[in-house]
Structures are given as C-alpha cells and as structure tokens.
Design a protein around this ligand. Structure first.
Ligand code: GNR
Ligand code: NI
Length: 170
C-alpha cells in the first residue's frame, strides 16, 4: 500500500472531468490497488472521503468512510444520483483546500446508483453527512471544488491564504 500525493487548489488538474470506469477494469489488481491506496491516503490525512481526481487519477470513483472508527469503508464507482430531496447546510472542508471551511447547501437526502468494488451495481439512500460527502466527491469528479460555491472575492482570499501558508511551510 502507498500514500498518494493529494493535489491542492488552485492546481489546474483538479479541474479535469473524470472518465467512466469500465466495469471490466474494476476487478483488475491495478484498480483494486488504487482503491486500497486511496483508503490509506484518506485515513492518513485524515478525511471522510477522497475522489480519484484528488490523487490525479481521472476516473469516476471515490472512497468514503464517515464512521468514527474506520468501520464503514465504501467505494462508489460511476456514481449517479437518481433522486435528491430537501436541503442541508454543512460546514465543509476539503483535503485539496487545507485549513479552509465554509458552509455549503446541498440536498439532504439522495438515492445514488453505483458499482461497488466487486463491480456489482448497487442503489443506496443516503442522508446527512454521508449524502453531503457523496455530493462533495461527485463534484470533484466534475472538476468542481466546494470553494466554487463561494463568491469570487472569497475564493481569491482562499487562494491567497493557501499561497501564504505554503510560503511559510517552505
Ligand atoms: O474530510 C472531509 N470532510 C468533509 C467535511 C464536510 C463535507 C465534506 C467533506 S469531504 C472531506 C475530504 C475531501 O476533501 N474529500 O474530497
Ligand atoms: Ni474534497
């Protein structure tokens, strides 16, 4: 297993639109290793979700675990939202925008269809934090970041704050 480098805003590679995963690709050792490496990277960060886009792999899938004790690893391959209901505001963060938190409004309850890591099609209802996280990760697969919901002025402030933090870390 290996920790993968996480791309950070404003890296243009985070704007790449991910491609569908071929069902036959899911069960290959290469794909399964990438899934394992993404879990390791997500837990190490630590985070509750990680989209392939964030590790410069432009394929439509993500790993998520919103449990407190790493007991609920989930892989969503080629996810599609079939239904959305209600609204919920969460203060979101993102491993690609470290140290920045902002309120984002998303659907509160969703029904999502996806392939699991064995390549089986699943349909699942999700609400609350899990629903928020699925929508946040699906945005990554479209090249979208939660800071895109902020005003251009606030987004520019975020970019400067991250640039400054990097200068101080260097
Ligand atoms: O770790 C994460 N926490 C989080 C909190 C609120 C809403 C979304 C998230 S996802 C984030 C990890 C991440 O950046 N995934 O892309
Ligand atoms: Ni994110």
């Amino acid at each position: 297993m290996a920790l993968l480098p996480i791309l950070e805003f404003p890296d243009p590679r985070l704007r790449t639109k991910a491609a569908q995963v071929e069902p036959a690709q899911v069960t290959t050792p290469e794909f399964q290793r990438l899934v394992d490496d993404m879990f390791e990277t997500m837990y190490d960060a630590p985070g509750i979700g990680l989209a392939a886009t964030q590790v410069d792999q432009h394929l439509r899938f993500m790993v998520i675990d919103t449990s407190e004790d790493k007991s609920a690893p989930m892989v969503f391959i080629n996810p599609e939202i079939l239904e959305r209901q209600g609204e919920r505001v969460y203060q979101e963060g993102c491993l690609s925008v470290p140290g920045i938190y902002a309120d984002v409004t998303r659907a509160d309850t969703i029904v999502v269809r996806f392939l699991d890591r064995e390549g089986r099609q699943q349909e699942m209802a999700a609400e609350g934090l899990l629903a928020t996280c699925i929508q946040h990760e699906m945005d990554h697969l479209e090249g979208k970041l939660f800071v895109d919901y902020l005003s251009p002025l606030k987004r520019e402030m975020v970019r400067k704050k991250l640039a400054k933090a990097r200068r101080h870390a260097a």
